[in-house]
Ligand binder design. Structure first.
Ligand code: NAP
Length: 280
């Protein structure tokens, strides 16, 4: 089976590495010649090109470009495709992408692997990025069940865990656990930079350790990805950010009032709730 990948960056490159290891023949298309050369040299793909016609021989294609380029890429890809070709994407927001692409190519299944790092580009591609991670698929009424089955089989081969849900349900859920954290974390870094005493700032930077590494990781990641999350999942993200702001105001009030008992109760609640989101 030939698998096509458009956008040989962190996600596309990592998919290519694992799919090739599983014995699939991987055809890669990226924007820059240099990226294609690196992908061939590192044997991440079997063939690479900056031209989409390379993918005429692909049975299933992952679109792994930034969110803003997905619909345009599909439009330019369609003239090269046989009707049976299954298309999927890996974009972090689903409703606007699924709506636009499904009307262009019915044999399309929206997807989103819940895996990543703070790095980007072909240099960040790594093996086993998706192992034990959720991989969301968002079929709609018109999505052919056979296309979903084929994709699920590949996702299981990557040792990821497929989850099926509606595109809008996906967007509301990831607003809480993926998109809001990016902006909470970015605001944390920005707030630290607001320290006006240079000596204190320098000392804070010298002392920052694992706690700051964990809480600043997603806010210090790929800026284009964060901006796209806000642009393509605006309503759900705004809702989350406003509720988060209210929570911060509650904390400010409790500390200002020196209401230590209520503060401890609230921290006990979050201490007990965390394992419902994160299994370690
Ligand atoms: P990335 O590392 O920047 O990779 C995207 C690659 O796409 C770039 O390296 C670029 O390759 C290529 N590209 C850009 N425009 C293109 C175009 N018009 N045609 C062909 N190739 C193009 O970004 P990423 O983190 O892998 O994100 C890619 C997608 O995955 C996004 O839709 C994002 O929402 C989704 N996603 C990201 C994460 C994450 O944590 N990073 C997690 C899950 C899903 P060149 O080097 O050739 O310019």
């Amino acid at each position: 089976m030939n698998i096509g990948i458009v956008g040989l960056g962190l996600i596309g490159g990592s998919l290519a590495i694992d799919l090739k290891a599983q014995g699939y023949s991987v055809l890669g298309v990226s924007r820059q010649v240099q990226t294609c050369e690196i992908a061939l040299k590192r044997q991440i793909v079997d063939e690479a090109s900056i031209h989409l016609n390379l993918l005429a021989a692909a049975d299933l294609i992952f679109i792994c470009t930034p969110l803003a380029a997905i619909v345009d890429t599909v439009t330019h890809l369609i003239p090269h495709l046989a009707p049976a070709t299954v298309l999927t994407d890996v974009g972090s927001a689903k409703a606007p992408i699924v709506q636009a692409v499904s009307s262009l190519w019915p044999n399309f299944v929206g997807g989103h692997p819940m895996a990543g790092t703070a790095d980007s580009g072909i240099g960040a591609a790594q093996a086993d990025l998706f192992v034990d991670k959720a991989y969301v698929l968002t079929p709609i009424e018109t999505t052919p069940p056979k296309a979903v089955e084929r994709l699920e089989k590949i996702i299981r081969a990557l040792r990821a865990k497929p989850y099926l849900c509606r595109p809008d349900a996906h967007d509301r859920a990831v607003a809480w656990i993926s998109h809001l954290p990016v902006f909470a974390s970015a605001s944390l870094i920005a707030a630290c930079l607001d320290e006006t005493d240079p000596e204190t700032l320098e000392l804070a930077q010298a002392l920052a350790s694992s706690g700051f590494r964990d809480t600043s990781r997603v806010g210090g990641g790929n800026p284009e990805l964060g901006m796209m999350m806000a642009r393509y999942n605006r309503d759900a993200l705004l809702n989350g950010l406003k509720i988060y702001r209210d929570r911060l105001n509650d904390v400010i009030k409790l500390i200002d009032d020196q209401d230590w008992a209520t503060l401890e109760d609230e921290l006990m609640e979050t201490h007990q709730a965390r394992p419902r989101f994160v299994r370690e």
